[in-house]
Ligand binder design. Structure first.
Ligand code: F6R
Length: 240
C-alpha cells in the first residue's frame, strides 16, 4: 500500500484523474471500477475536463460500479445510477451498453448479486476507484465479524445511513439495504486507488493503514493488495 498525501482535495482529485486518464490512453478498452459519494466527484469533474479539453476517449471503456441501493431505480435522484449519469456518464462518450451497476429494482436481490459476482469475476478491473466510509467500509462491505467476501445484499449500519442521509430529503427515505460488490471482487482489481479527504475521515484512514487487517475495519484488507495507492488530502491524513 502506497500513501500519497496532497495539500487539498482538488490536487488529490487532479492526480487521481491523471492516473485514470493515463490508464485509458494506454489501454482504450480499460475496465474501470467506479464509486459514488462525495469523494470521487472531483475526480469525475476532472475526467470530464480531460474529455472536453484533452481528447480523452471513453468510447471503449467498460465501467463497473461498486454498489446500488436496493429499491431505487435509475430515475430516483438518490440512486447511484442517477448519480453516475449526473456526475460522469452524461458528460463523456462512454457507451451505455458498457455501463454496469447492480439493478436496484431487481425482484430477486440474491440472484442479482450472484449474477453480478460472476460478471465481476470475469471482468477484473484495471483500476478500481474506492472511497471509505467513516466506519471503515468500502463499497457497502460494512464492519462485521467476518469480511463480506462476496457480492451481497448489505444491511446498512446506522452510521452509514446517517452519513448518506445528505443525499435524501429525510433519513427515512434511504433504503436500509444495498447491493454491494464483495471484498473478493474489489481485491480482484489490478490497481486500486483509494481516495480520502477531509478531517472527518482521519480516524478511518488511520484505522485502515495502522490497525491490523480486520473485518471490523473492512478497508484494512487493502493492506494486502499488491498495488493499492491511497490518495489523501492533508486533513484526512492528520492523525498519521
Ligand atoms: C459508494 C461507496 C461507498 C463510499 C463511502 C464514502 O459507491 O462504495 O463505500 O465510497 O461511503 O462515501 P463519501 O465519499 O460520500 O464520503
Amino acid at each position: 500500500m502506497k500513501l500519497i498525501v496532497y495539500p487539498d482535495y482538488d490536487t488529490m482529485s487532479l492526480n487521481a484523474a491523471r492516473l485514470v486518464g493515463a490508464q485509458v490512453r494506454t489501454k482504450p478498452k480499460s475496465i474501470l471500477g467506479l464509486a459514488t459519494g462525495s469523494t470521487p466527484k472531483g475526480l469525475y469533474r476532472e475526467l470530464i475536463r480531460l474529455y472536453n479539453e484533452e481528447d480523452l476517449d471513453f468510447s471503449e471503456i467498460t465501467a463497473i460500479n461498486l454498489d446500488e441501493y436496493l429499491g431505487l431505480g435509475p430515475d430516483h435522484q438518490g440512486s447511484y445510477s442517477f448519480f453516475m449519469k449526473e456526475f460522469l456518464f452524461d458528460h463523456i462518450n462512454i457507451k451505455s451498453e458498457n455501463i454496469h451497476i447492480p439493478d436496484g429494482l431487481t425482484i430477486n436481490a440474491d440472484q442479482e448479486m450472484e449474477n453480478y459476482e460472476s460478471f465481476c469475476d470475469s471482468m477484473p478491473r484495471d483500476i478500481q476507484i474506492l472511497g471509505i466510509g467513516h466506519n471503515g467500509h468500502i463499497a457497502f462491505c460494512e464492519p462485521a465479524d467476518e469480511f463480506a467476501k462476496h457480492c451481497h445484499v448489505a444491511k446498512l449500519k446506522d452510521q452509514t445511513l446517517d452519513a448518506n442521509s445528505r443525499f435524501f430529503t429525510n433519513k427515512e427515505e434511504i433504503p436500509k439495504q444495498a447491493l454491494s460488490m464483495g471484498i473478493k471482487q474489489i481485491l480482484n482489481a489490478r490497481k486500486i486507488i483509494m481516495l480520502i479527504n477531509g478531517e472527518a475521515k482521519a480516524e478511518a484512514l488511520k484505522g485502515m493503514v495502522l490497525g491490523g487487517v480486520k473485518p471490523q475495519i473492512p478497508a484494512s484488507i487493502l493492506q494486502l493488495h499488491p498495488n493499492c495507492i491511497v490518495m489523501a488530502d492533508k486533513a484526512a491524513a492528520k492523525l498519521l
